[in-house]
Design a binder for this molecule. Structure first.
Ligand SMILES: [Zn+2]
Length: 585
């Protein structure tokens, strides 16, 4: 018993019924067609500010309906993945979404056709309000846009090209299961559960056996997984060449609105601090009572004397937000009060942690897999960080502008999880030091492993661009070479699992997405000391309410963080060093 039994979400806040959502989507599809009809390319070319404001309102509505439908279907499947009916709902919804995408693309491409000075004049007009940044920043894609006909062809082939390889990848992994016994009796374990046990089971022997079982499951499908990687990367490379991207990371940087030099500075800074990770591995080995830490011990729980009950977890998590600003506390508490969290473990529910905020019209939802381990509490707090961020942004922004890019999106969630640790230490909570262990473990994943992932991914693009096929042996070598630097001499890899990091990892779905975690973790760690300054709560609320209505640089300036400061990342590393000092005593 974890106390989370029966804690399920109430999706009627998102859709009163299946029929109501289907009706909403059907109306949306009709609205999308009407939108394209009303705002023809020549109309957009001649649009005046008042017309543009009207167009943006309609566009925001379409976007909201689209994401409400998409996430509703997603939530149904996540919560009840063994029910075939949910997949039918998802397929039905999926067939409607391209109509919305077509309308959104129609406007965005039309907007990119405008000459620079005209677009700027329109975007600077009072009437476009919160969508100014959306309009102006969209222009960054302009140099890489193909002709409207080419763009239509590319969009039409997407489902059977790259997307098909990604589904083959996830279906291959999803079908893997093995008989396993963690001491509670033998049963069939899906790969996702084995992965969790191999990382976080309190008993070393179980972690070792779960790792071996995972390896045995992955071994036969490595050639298929590698083929998926090969095809997806080759597709990116050929489209990058068509669009004129000089670097495989450029589309991601554009998406994140971060300059390549900032990313390179970030990754190099993380690499220069790999020794902090090595130091932590030695301390953790001592805490675990082993000679040397091994891959199977990397995120093993330590010092967790007792489980956290669901009620206690809820109290601790909400407190983090209430301490920051009253409005945030209210927003966090509402997730529990309005039953917008699914927390229990149950058959058919997918394992994991996520937060989704479909639109400014409906509230957000959170899924956690509550085990009572400290990890659950940290993850709950992280997801509430996302949820409260978008709850505040939804009140102030439009559906075109409330969602920030990945780098900014991960800042409030990471900051919240670090504040939780801070708070538990400050209040002498019995799990305070255990919480610090989890923060250091997370630092290794978010800073060092994420850096190694980005480097390995780049190397894979390099090989593929040279015409070398990405076989599973090559992928394993690439990843192992980078991960070995993170492990150093301080962590062994007895079973040879480290090289399989790529197999089953989600990097294939969204290229170069991991550096956002490096970015967010360092910004968040750096914010810890600032958060004690007077007036921080008000500034933080302003930052959250801004959502995605400005560039990361401008948004972070609200918090006093300067992306151009060469010493930018030092504060974050200093915090991690201080944690290490605390744990070394
Ligand atoms: Zn997150």
């Amino acid at each position: 018993m974890t106390g989370a039994e029966g804690v399920r979400w109430d999706l009627t806040l998102l859709a009163p019924s299946e029929q109501a959502m289907k009706d909403r989507l059907e109306r949306g599809v009709a609205d999308a067609a009407a939108f394209v009809e009303r705002w023809r390319a020549e109309t957009i070319a001649a649009v005046e500010p008042a017309g543009l404001a009207e167009l943006l309102r309609e566009l925001a509505e379409l976007r909201a309906t689209r994401t409400e439908g998409e996430w509703w279907a997603f939530l149904l499947v996540q919560a009840d993945s063994e029910n075939p009916a949910t997949f039918d709902v998802q397929a039905w919804v999926d067939s409607r979404l391209p109509h919305f995408d077509e309308a959104i693309r129609h406007f965005e491409n039309g907007w990119l056709e405008l000459a620079d000075d005209r677009a700027e004049t329109l975007a600077l007009d009072e009437s476009v309000g919160h969508d100014r940044h959306y309009l102006l920043s969209l222009r960054r894609f302009r140099p890489f846009l193909l002709s409207p006909a080419e763009e239509r062809v590319l969009a039409a082939r997407e489902a059977s090209a790259s997307t098909a390889w990604k589904s083959l990848y996830s279906h291959t992994l999803g079908a893997l299961a093995a008989r396993f016994d963690d001491g509670g009796g033998e049963r069939t374990w899906p790969l996702s559960e084995l992965q969790l046990a191999r990382a976080t089971h309190p008993q070393r022997d179980v972690r070792r056996r779960a790792t071996a079982a995972t390896q045995t499951l992955l071994e036969p499908v490595l050639p298929v997984l590698a083929q998926c990687w090969d095809a997806v990367l080759a597709d990116h490379i050929s489209l990058d060449a068509l669009r004129g991207h000089a670097d495989p990371m450029e589309p991601r940087n554009l998406e994140n609105e971060i300059e390549a030099s900032v990313v390179e500075g970030l990754l190099s800074a993380a690499e220069a601090h790999y020794d902090l990770g090595h130091r932590w591995f030695r301390v953790k080995a001592r805490l675990l009572g082993v000679e040397r830490l091994d891959t199977i011990d990397r995120v093993a729980p330590v010092l967790e004397t007792s489980p956290v009950s669901w009620d206690e977890g809820q109290r601790l998590a909400v407190e983090v937000f209430a301490d920051l600003a009253p409005a945030l506390g209210v927003a966090a508490e509402a997730f529990f009060r309005e039953r917008r969290i699914d927390a229990e473990l149950r058959r058919g529910k997918r394992l994991g942690f996520f937060s989704i905020s479909p639109s400014t019209r409906v509230p957000g939802f959170i899924l956690v897999s509550w085990t009572g381990q400290l990890r659950s509490l940290v993850a709950l707090t992280h997801e509430l960080g996302h949820g409260t961020h978008l709850a505040l942004a939804a009140k102030a922004q439009s559906d075109n502008s409330f969602n920030p890019g990945l780098t900014i999106a991960e800042v409030p969630s990471t900051f919240a999880q670090l504040l939780l640790v801070d708070q538990m230490l400050a209040s002498d909570h019995e799990l305070g030091r255990a919480a610090l262990v989890s923060a250091l473990d997370d630092a290794v994943i978010n800073l060092f492993m994420s850096t190694a992932f980005a480097r390995s991914e780049r190397a894979a693009y390099g090989l593929r661009a040279e015409g070398q096929a990405l076989t599973h042996e090559r992928l394993s070598d690439l990843f192992d070479a980078e991960m070995a630097k993170v492990w150093g001499e301080a962590m062994s890899d007895e079973l040879g699992f480290r090289k399989l990091t790529w197999a089953g990892a989600p990097f294939i779905y969204w290229r170069f997405y991991t550096y956002a975690y490096v970015f967010a973790f360092l910004v968040a760690a750096g914010l810890l000391s600032r958060s004690r300054e007077p007036g921080f709560g008000a500034r933080y609320e302003r930052f959250l309410s801004a959502g995605g209505s400005d560039s990361p640089e401008a948004l972070l300036r609200i918090l006093g963080v300067d992306l151009r400061d060469p010493g930018l990342w030092d504060e974050g590393f200093a915090v991690i060093e201080s944690w290490l000092d605390t744990m070394s005593t």
